[in-house]
Design a protein around this ligand. Structure first.
Ligand code: JJW
Length: 447
């Protein structure tokens, strides 16, 4: 019988995001976001689902915090809806919006749960999108103003801050692949957005330091791992390009103050350049306190001429898949963490998202999501192996606390350890909730 034991100082939590759980889109002075617009554009979201009600956490946050307290977590990652604080992105602050997040944070602190606050989890104020969104450098200044407002308002109450969630999704998934809001399919536009997010991140870190805000700040890139199908150089090079699209492209600017040359050249061949202005890279290259890593899946890959953006194709290796069709690939979790530590040093990491989609429903008052328990065990085993090898893991937060609005997949895809009945909004703790609760009690689990 083998046990996996984690260090006693390990932080354990769960994560959510504003547009995915809050609902109450027309309450509390909230303005429209790009996801309100995108989800109501026919054909963009499964079944025409939207975040109008979601999990109704705007009204049910106290019940949700009770569920967290019962779970035994000591950290909760949530995001602030920028349109609740500045309904038009800039201008007059909306006190009702600030008040909602004060209520939530106060309940968390009373419950002994540390808030980990994401400033941007994709709900850009629609008014700013109409002025060019992240393609417009003025949005950078608007974001810094919003961030400084939050730092001043919550200084000392919130002491862990994340600037951007998954800048790859905000830039390439949303402006090149077109799958997320605002839904464009333009590689140069997506590259402009990625760069402007980097600059906004760097300016926000500078503002955080200049204000003397208490606590730590970081960002939360999403990573996947592409393992070469063979030792052939062309397969290794193809996977290096696919990996760099998520890793080097979003880590090198912050950790090295430059973009990876081999990918800059690859994009240049496609007529795409990075809109770097004087001083940008020094701004981006600000020291940060931690990185949030979001990992779900990976694949085996190989070279295929003219396939996709990088002459790279995924190989179907028959790996088990979750209900959203992603490989269950815990080895990729270990590999990407090792790669990050080897390339950038043993910087502090919180796993700010790791979880799986299993759409099990309630039967006789229970949800038997054994697939999610297996996924957690496999990935926590990989995480432990990575920690043993020197990866500097400070905490792990599973995605997600609640079933919620899974973007273009709507409510069809369920990632929660707590089931949500979207008609009644009743929460039902799944078997994975009880497994996670038991593991947290002892900080170890049986493999
Ligand atoms: C046109 C081609 O389109 C392909 C779709 O390509 C992707 C890639 C990646 C994702 C994706 C979704 N998630 C989970 C979220 N992370 C943040 C949190 O809000 C979770 O809901 N991570 N990555 C979705 C779609």
């Amino acid at each position: 019988m083998a046990f996996i034991q984690f260090p006693k100082e390990m932080k354990w939590g769960a994560a959510t995001a504003s547009y995915q759980i809050e609902g109450a889109v027309n309450e509390g002075g909230r303005g429209l976001s790009i996801w309100d617009t995108f989800s109501k554009t026919p054909g963009k979201v499964y079944n025409g689902d939207n975040g109008d009600v979601a999990c109704d956490s705007y009204h049910r946050y106290e019940e949700d915090v009770e569920i967290m307290q019962d779970l035994g977590i000591n950290m909760y990652r949530f995001s602030v809806a920028w349109p609740r604080i500045f309904p038009n992105g800039i201008g007059e602050v909306n006190q009702e919006g600030l008040d909602y997040y004060h209520r939530l944070v106060d309940r968390l602190l009373e419950a002994g749960i540390e808030p980990l606050c994401t400033l941007y989890h994709w709900d850009l104020p629609q008014v700013l999108q109409e002025q060019g969104g992240w393609d417009n450098r003025e949005t950078i200044e608007a974001f810094v103003h919003y961030a400084k407002t939050m730092f001043k308002e919550f200084d000392g109450k919130i002491t862990k801050w994340i600037t951007f969630n998954e800048p790859w999704c905000v830039s390439y998934l949303s402006n090149f692949l077109g799958a997320h809001a605002p839904g464009y399919t333009d590689l140069q536009l997506a590259t402009n957005v990625a760069h402007h997010l980097h600059v906004a991140h760097g300016k926000t870190v500078i503002a955080f330091r200049e204000l003397g805000t208490q606590g730590e700040i970081g960002y939360a890139p999403n990573v996947e791992w592409n393992e070469p199908y063979s030792d052939k150089q062309e397969d290794k090079d193809a996977c290096a390009r696919a990996n760099a699209f998520f890793i080097e492209w979003f880590f090198d600017p912050v950790f090295k103050g430059s973009y990876p040359t081999f990918l800059v050249d690859w994009f240049k061949e496609k007529g795409v350049t990075v809109p770097i202005q004087e001083g940008d890279m020094d701004i981006i290259h600000q020291p940060i306190d931690f990185v949030g890593i979001n990992y779900y899946t990976g694949s085996v890959g190989r070279y295929k001429k003219d396939e996709g953006l990088f002459d790279h194709e995924r190989v179907d290796t028959g790996y088990q898949k979750t209900d959203i069709g992603w490989n269950v690939y815990p080895e990729g979790f270990y590999n990407v963490l090792r790669y990050l530590t080897k390339r950038y040093g043993a910087f502090p990491i919180y796993i700010t998202e790791n979880g799986s989609c299993y759409n099990d429903d309630v039967e006789n008052g229970k949800v038997n999501d054994q697939g999610r328990i297996d996924y957690l065990k496999q990935h926590l085993t990989s995480l432990h192996r990575a920690m043993q090898s020197g990866v500097n893991i400070k905490g792990y937060l599973t995605w997600s606390l609640l079933d919620n609005f899974e973007w273009a997949e709507g409510y069809k895809m369920r990632f929660g350890i707590v089931h949500v009945n979207y008609r009644t909004l009743e929460r039902t703790k799944k078997e994975s909730y009880y497994w996670y609760q038991h593991m947290l009690e002892n900080n170890f689990f049986e493999v």
